[in-house]
Design a protein around this ligand. Structure first.
Ligand code: ARG
Length: 588
C-alpha cells in the first residue's frame, strides 16, 4: 500500500512541476511546528537560489498550482517561504479504511525478499544465562520478527558456544570429583551410560568452581586446556561427556528462552563448524592468504584506509588449535553451503566489534562469501545498573537472567494487586506477561548500540514511556470493545468516518505512519523506532479517549466509526508489540 506521506509528496511534486519548477522540490515532512500545521514542505526555500526568486513567490505559485482538489484542507505560505499543510479529514479516514483492510496494515512486502541469517542469543553451554545474554536475545528476536513481517526469509540461529575452554574446565572438575567414571578410563571400549552423571543444578555449580580454580592454579588450568584439546581431537569418553553437558544445558536454555518468548529456528553450535575447518584453512594457505607468523597461522586483514590498527586474523595457534575466529569463519562456510544467505547479521555485544571486523574482512578477502553477500554486525551496548556500571546482583555478583525476571515479576505482581483489577489467581500470570513487556520494552526502546540503565522502578511503571503503559493502553481498548460487544454491538460493522475533533484526527494521523515505521525499523535495524512509534500511538489514543465520548455517542454510525478506529488502533499496537516480542494480557 502506498504511504500517505508519499501520496502527499506526489501532489506537491506535481504542483511544483505545474508551476514550472522541478518536481524534486516537492518533499513533505511531518511539521516541526505542530501548533501551526500537520505537515510542511520546504522545497520553495531550497529552490530559491536555483530560480533566483524569493522563496515566498515560489511557494505561492505552488499553492496556486495545488488547487482546491488536493489532499489538503490547508496549504499556506509563511515567511520566508515555508508551505504549511493540513490534511483533509476525509482523506485520512479513507486511508485508514484501506489500511484496516490491508493484511499487513500498509507495510509493503520487500521487493526482493532476502534470505537472512540472524545470529543471536549466543549462550554458552553449561554456563547459566545471565543478563549479558539478555540484549542479544531481545534485540535479535525482534529483528527476526520485523524482518519476517516485511517479507524476508529470516533464519534465527542461536549459535551455541559449546567448543571452548569451558568444556575442558567442566571435564577436569568432574574428573577430580568422580575419577571412577568410565569416561575417564583410557582403555574403555564399551557403551557410555545414557544418563548424565550430573543435573543442571550441579553443572551450574561445577562450572564457576572450575573456572575460579583455574584462575588460581596453573596446573589445573593446564589440565583443563589439555582436556579441551583432547575433546577437540575427538577422545571418546570426553565426547560422551560433552554430549551429556550439551543435552542437559540445552533443555535448560530452551526453557529460559521460552520464558522470554524467544525462539530459534536453528540450534547450531560452534562444534558443528569444526568439520569445515581443515579444508578452509588448507585453501587459505594454498591461495596464499594464510601465512605463518611466529608459529601461528594468520591472514592479514588491515586496509589502507584504517585509522586504527586492525591486527591479522589468527586461524591456528602454534599448537595447531583453532580459535573463536576460526570457528566463526568456518560457520560462515557452513552457512553458505547450507543456506546460501544474502546476509548474515550478528547481534552481539559491541565489545566484540574488532573480532567481527577481522572475521568479515577475512571472509570477503578469501572468498568464503560472494562479493555481494552482506555480513553485518549489530553491536549492542551494555545494560548497566543505576550506578552506571554493568548490572549486578545486590552483592555484586553476576545476575542470573532467571533471577532478574523473577524480581521484575514480583514487582509487577505487587503493582497489579494494588490496582485490584485482576483476581489474585490471575495476577501471577498477568505479572509475568506485563513483566516481560517491562524488560523488553525497557531494552528495545533504547538505541541498540548505546549503553542503557536498567531501572526497575521506571521500567515497571504504568506511566511514561514503558512497556506496561503500552499494555495498559491496549487493555483499555480491549475493555471498551468488550463492553461494546457485551451490549450487543458488532466489531465487524461500520466504517471509519472523518475525524470529529483534533485528538481523533491526531490519532488517525499517527496511525497512518505504521507502514513506514516498520519498514524503516527493519532497514535501520532499529526496533527503538517502533517503540517510539507505539508510544506516540498510545499517547494519541489516550488523549482521544479522554476527550471523546465513545460508547455514549448517540449517532450509531458515528459510534461504529469510533469502534472501528479502536479496532484498528488495537491491531496496530498488538502487531507492533508482537514484532517487539511481547504480548498484552486481557486485564491488568
Ligand atoms: N558465545 C559468545 C559469547 O558469549 C557469543 C557468540 C556470538 N556469535 C558469534 N557467531 N560469534 O561471547
Amino acid at each position: 500500500m502506498k504511504k500517505l506521506m508519499d501520496m502527499m509528496a506526489e501532489q506537491l511534486a506535481a504542483a511544483f512541476e505545474k508551476a514550472g519548477y522541478d518536481a524534486s522540490y516537492g518533499k513533505v515532512t511531518v511539521s516541526n511546528r505542530p501548533d501551526l500545521c500537520e505537515y510542511q514542505c520546504n522545497g520553495a526555500m531550497a529552490g530559491a537560489k536555483v530560480y533566483k526568486k524569493a522563496p515566498f513567490v515560489i511557494a505561492e505559485d505552488v499553492i496556486a498550482a495545488l488547487g482546491r482538489d488536493s489532499m489538503f484542507s490547508m496549504a499556506e505560505v509563511v515567511k520566508p517561504g515555508f508551505i504549511n499543510l493540513k490534511i483533509k479529514e476525509e482523506v485520512l479516514a479513507d486511508y485508514l479504511r484501506k489500511m484496516a483492510k490491508d493484511e499487513k496494515l500498509s507495510v509493503a512486502a520487500a521487493e526482493k525478499p532476502k534470505t537472512i541469517i540472524i545470529d543471536y542469543g549466543g549462550p554458552n553451554v553449561a554456563k547459566p544465562l545471565h543478563v549479558g545474554h539478555l540484549r542479544s536475545a531481545i534485540i535479535g528476536e525482534s529483528l527476526k520478527r520485523i524482518g519476517r513481517y516485511v517479507g524476508h526469509e529470516i533464519i534465527g540461529d542461536v549459535h551455541l558456544g559449546d567448543w571452548g575452554l569451558q568444556m575442558g574446565l567442566i571435564i577436569t572438575e568432574l574428573k577430580y570429583r568422580q575419577p571412577e567414571l568410565v569416561y575417564f578410563e583410557d582403555a574403555y571400549e564399551g557403551e557410555y551410560p545414557t544418563q548424565a552423571p550430573f543435573t543442571i543444578g550441579e553443572l551450574e555449580e561445577i562450572y564457576p568452581c572450575a573456572s575460579s580454580k583455574s584462575k588460581e592454579d596453573e596446573n589445573y588450568r593446564n589440565e583443563a586446556l589439555e582436556a579441551t584439546h583432547l575433546l577437540q581431537q575427538g577422545r571418546a569418553g570426553y565426547m560422551a561427556l560433552w554430549n551429556h553437558i550439551l543435552n542437559v544445558s540445552v533443555s535448560d536454555l530452551k526453557r529460559n528462552y521460552e520464558n522470554l518468548n524467544v525462539s530459534f529456528d536453528l540450534w547450531k553450535k560452534e562444534s558443528d563448524a569444526q568439520p569445515y575447518i581443515p579444508d578452509m584453512v588448507e585453501r587459505m594457505r594454498e591461495q596464499g592468504f594464510a601465512y605463518e607468523d611466529q608459529g601461528a597461522l594468520v591472514v592479514d586483514v588491515k586496509e589502507e584506509t584504517d585509522t586504527k590498527e586492525i591486527p591479522p586474523c589468527m586461524l591456528l595457534k602454534s599448537d595447531g588449535a583453532s580459535l573463536y575466529t576460526t570457528t566463526d569463519l568456518a560457520t560462515i562456510v557452513e552457512r553458505m553451503q547450507l543456506f546460501s544467505p544474502d546476509e548474515i547479521l550478528y547481534v552481539v555485544d559491541k565489545r566484540q566489534e574488532l573480532h567481527f571486523i577481522q572475521v568479515f574482512r577475512c571472509a570477503k578477502k578469501t572468498g568464503l562469501v560472494k562479493e555481494e553477500t552482506v555480513l553485518s554486525f549489530l553491536g549492542f551496548g551494555t545494560m548497566n545498573g543505576k550506578d552506571g556500571k554493568p548490572f549486578k546482583t545486590r552483592d555484586g555478583g553476576v545476575m542470573r537472567l532467571e533471577n532478574l525476571i523473577a524480581d521484575i515479576d514480583a514487582e509487577m505482581f505487587t503493582k497489579i494487586v494494588e490496582n485490584r483489577s485482576v483476581k489474585d489467581k490471575d495476577a501471577r500470570e498477568t505479572a509475568k506477561i506485563v513483566g516481560l513487556s517491562a524488560i523488553k520494552y525497557g531494552d528495545l526502546s533504547n538505541q541498540a548500540t548505546k549503553d542503557y540503565i536498567f531501572d526497575v522502578d521506571r521500567f515497571t511503571s504504568f506511566e511514561g514511556n514503558t512497556g506496561p503503559y503500552i499494555l495498559y493502553t491496549i487493555v483499555r481498548i480491549k475493555s471498551i470493545l468488550n463492553r461494546y460487544a457485551e451490549a450487543g454491538g458488532s466489531l465487524e460493522e461500520g466504517v471509519i468516518l472523518a475525524a470529529v475533533n483534533d485528538s481523533e484526527k491526531e490519532l488517525m494521523r499517527v496511525l497512518t505512519g505504521f507502514g513506514s515505521t516498520v519498514e524503516n525499523a527493519f532497514e535501520e535495524k532499529a526496533p527503538h523506532k517502533l517503540c517510539a512509534y507505539i508510544y506516540e500511538v498510545s499517547n494519541a489514543f489516550n488523549s482521544f479517549y479522554h476527550e471523546t465520548k465513545i460508547l455514549s455517542e448517540e449517532d450509531e454510525k458515528q459510534k461504529k466509526s469510533f469502534v472501528q478506529l479502536l479496532v484498528l488502533t488495537k491491531k496496530v499496537l498488538e502487531t507492533s508489540i508482537d514484532l517487539l516480542g511481547f504480548e498484552a494480557p486481557e486485564r491488568m
